[in-house]
Write a protein that binds this ligand. Structure first.
Ligand code: HEM
Ligand code: FPP
Length: 293
């Protein structure tokens, strides 16, 4: 069966990338300089195309691994709807187009960070770290932390403390986000030999690590307000959201898996992690528009 446009769309991991694109948009809108709407739209489109290209390259490389896991076995490559060369060429084309257009239309600093994040996800994380170390997502998660910085730099043309803090927030958020999920789909990764932390270091170590990252995330998420980069609306929202995130992480971090466990706290934490990042970045923009004339 030949690949349809739907398969190419699926190859960009659209659901996961909504949050990547959203944080990029928030970085762009929260920046102190306002960019013209047409260029702003072009910048976000480039982030979306670049993230989609990187996701396609990730699946080109991981076709065999995806075939071995229930969660990923219906993706276009493992289900045989597309061949690997098509996925690779599509990924390269999107990646190159996104960086080229970003550079020409917006600026080469934003384009360079976009290029770094694509290589980070497709090569550093997927090809190098993921199959080798249980710290894969801690280091590799950096790729997903770049979009707000790209958005910010697209608007201002420079890297200041604020975009670095936004990067750091997503960097610290990624381990609890992913390890909560890895606790309840652990068997999948075991089957294909990917050294995810629960498989290699055990559940208790993973639970403790989740709590450590959530505890660091709380003060870190307040830092943009602390350094005067945002107003009280963001500060108060970050305190509430990160407090809740820490609470849910503590429920996961301080328990043990029981016989026949439904893993409800882990599923709740994973679900909340997504809501958390959407809400935190939305409040950054609300703060900016409500408090800055
Ligand atoms: C290396 C770091 C990360 C890993 C290993 C990871 C892994 C995963 C996995 C396995 C899922 C399950 C669902 C699926 O495959 O569709 C998922 C869901 C999700 N992830 Fe992540 N993630 C990471 C970083 C991020 C980042 C940085 C973002 C956005 C800023 C993000 C946003 C999401 C969203 C929105 C979902 C839900 C998708 C849905 O509703 O189906 N993830 N993540
Ligand atoms: C702008 C730009 C390039 C952004 C990149 C965004 C990025 C790195 C997002 C990470 C989210 C993601 C799909 C992780 C999946 O990990 P996995 O691929 O190990 O998950 P899988 O087991 O579902 O394949």
């Amino acid at each position: 069966m030949p690949a349809e446009w739907r398969d190419f769309f699926a190859l960009t991991k659209p659901r996961v990338m909504t949050l990547v694109i959203f944080t990029g948009l928030c970085g762009l809108l929260a920046a102190p300089e306002r960019i013209n709407a047409f260029l702003g739209f072009a910048a976000i489109l480039c982030i979306a195309i670049g993230a989609g290209g990187a996701a396609a390259l990730n699946q080109w490389w991981e076709a065999d691994i995806d075939a071995g896991m229930k969660r990923t076995s219906k993706r276009p490559l493992p289900s045989g709807r597309m061949d690997r060369t098509q996925a690779r060429d599509f990924g390269i084309m999107l990646s190159a187009a996104s960086v080229g257009i970003m550079g020409l239309a917006i600026g080469w600093l934003a384009a360079a960070i976009l290029a770094v994040s694509i290589v980070y996800y497709a090569v550093l994380y997927t090809i190098w770290l993921k199959p080798r170390t249980p710290q894969n997502i801690v280091i590799g998660g950096g790729a997903g932390a770049f979009p707000p910085m790209i958005g910010w730099v697209a608007a201002t043309g420079e890297i200041t403390a604020m975009p670095v803090l936004l990067f750091a927030i997503i960097f610290m958020w990624t381990p609890p986000h992913f390890w909560a999920l890895a606790l309840f789909v652990k068997t999948d990764y075991e089957a294909v030999g990917i050294p995810m932390l629960p498989v290699v270091a055990g559940e208790q170590a993973t639970r403790r690590q989740i709590l450590v990252y959530a505890a660091i995330l709380l003060p870190l998420s307040l830092a943009p307000w602390w350094i005067g980069g945002t107003g009280w609306i963001y500060g108060a929202s970050a305190a509430v959201l990160s407090g809740l995130f820490l609470l849910l992480s503590a429920q996961v971090g301080l328990r043990r898996t029981q016989e026949g466990d439904a893993m409800r706290p882990e599923k709740r934490l994973f679900g909340f992690s997504i809501l958390y990042l959407f809400a935190l970045f939305a409040m950054l923009v609300v703060d900016r528009f409500a408090l800055t004339p």
